[in-house]
Each structure stands twice: as C-alpha cells, then as structure tokens.
Design a binder for this molecule. Sequence first.
Ligand SMILES: C[S@@+](CC[C@H](N)C(=O)[O-])C[C@H]1O[C@@H](n2cnc3c(N)ncnc32)[C@H](O)[C@@H]1O
Length: 261
Amino acid sequence: MEVINDSIYNHPRYYDLIFGADCAAETRFICDVNQKYLNNRATRLFEPACGTGRLMYNLAKRGLEVEGIDLNHKAIEFSNQRSKRHDLPQTAFVANMVEFQAKRKWDLAFNTVNSFRHLTDKPSALSHLRCMAKQTKRGGIYLIGFHLTPETEEPTDWESWSARRGNLSVITKMWTINRSRRKRLETFGMHFDVYTPTRQFRISDELKMRSYTQHQFASLVEETNCWDIAGTYDFTYDIKQPITVDSSSEDVVYILKKRQN
Ligand SMILES: C[S@@+](CC[C@H](N)C(=O)[O-])C[C@H]1O[C@@H](n2cnc3c(N)ncnc32)[C@H](O)[C@@H]1O
C-alpha cells in the first residue's frame, strides 16, 4: 500500500470521518453540561483546537453560537466550508491555543479527545488555561477531556477503529511508541488506512503528547489560580454518571469552573 508520511490533521476529510463516531454523544454531553452547570444560560461557546469543527457544526445546528480556533489551516478551511454549505456562520480561525484573543467572551468552552495534551510543556499548558479563563465569563465552564496516565495499572497502549461514508472507508490504529514518565512525554504512532473505489493508501503520523496523572492535572489546575474542578466524567459522556477519579482512571472529562476572584 502507498504510504504518505504526513500529519493526520492535514487530511481533514479522513480525520472528520474517523473522529465522527462519538460526535452525537459528545454534543449531547456538552448540552447536558450547559444544563447542569449553567442552567442552560450558555448561548455562546468556544472550542480551542477545534480541528474540522465536527462538534462546532453539531452545536451550531442546535442554534448555539460557537467560535473555534486551531493551528491547522486545512482543518479550519474544512470547518468553515462545511458551515458555509449549511448556511451557518463561518466562525473557525487559525490561532495557537497557548495564547490567543477570541472575538467575544463565552460561557462554556470544550476541548475533547486529548487536544489539550498537544501542549507538551508546562508553560504552554498553564498559559492556555489562564488565557481561557481570561476570556470565559464569570462562573463559566471549561470542559476538558483526555487520557490520564493510570498509576496502578498499565495504560492502554493501542486502539483501532473504523468508519465508512458512502464509498469512502477509513481504518485507523493508534499505538504507543515511547512513554517517558520522567519527561512526561508520550510518542504515539497513528495511521489512517484510506479505501476509495480507485485508490488505497496509508497516512502515517507520529504525535507527541504531555502526560498527566490525576495529581499532576489537579496541581496544574490549582496553580492557574483561575479554575476549580467542579465535576468529573468518563468517555461514556453520561451526565447522570459522574466518576470519582482515582489512580486507575484513564479516560476523564474534567468540568472546570472559573473562580469568582
Ligand atoms: C485530536 S484533534 C481534535 C480536534 C477537535 N477538537 C475534535 O474534537 O475533533 C487535535 C487538534 O489540535 C490542534 N492543535 C494542536 N496543537 C494546537 C495548538 N497549540 N493550538 C491550536 N490547535 C492545536 C490540531 O491541529 C488538531 O486539529
């Protein structure tokens, strides 16, 4: 099979298909968080590292105002083109989530599927959380979903799933190449095997992510002096089933609430 060594984020059509699987559950969960933590008052939402805007699109269809930013201009273009096709406002912009200025403040922000861990050093992660707080309205919420490093069990070290739309099908695999607990850096291999009626090829990539144990994340949040952890869930995205994070927890969705100071 032909192999293309490139960032998976440079291929928004395939990314959007393969990461679309959980979209309905994630969208519903974001709305449930709005209801439970904000009495449904959030009409303006924000997504840092929005990628192809798959969640922004689904929320905009529900009548919510959502702005997003991402480093990758191809993903941003894909997101805005989809909005345009569906007569929705084009609200995705190229920017770095470490430090940025959004158009307006929001009540609720969300950042799922490990994007936060793309900030591979502490100053970037701290700067991001503080920058988010500055632009969140009083009492607002920031939902962050990612994989923690469990301390009492071996972390899951590979995942594979597939998706199909019409004649296009994509199979993906993600696996750990290297894990340095000391440097708190993990390197993952990820490929998309793409099948169309006329062509089959593999997009092959390596991703670097910062690792967090439950204590490392809690202490980072504390250090921001801007946020408190108001709730914790897992990737089943069930608002009725909050979880208690412990040393074996792996997939966690944190609900951060902006401090009133
Ligand atoms: C796993 S994807 C998630 C995309 C989207 N949030 C979703 O749920 O499908 C991670 C995204 O983070 C973006 N990204 C990585 N580092 C970034 C940074 N410093 N600032 C903004 N976006 C970044 C990548 O370009 C990519 O689109």
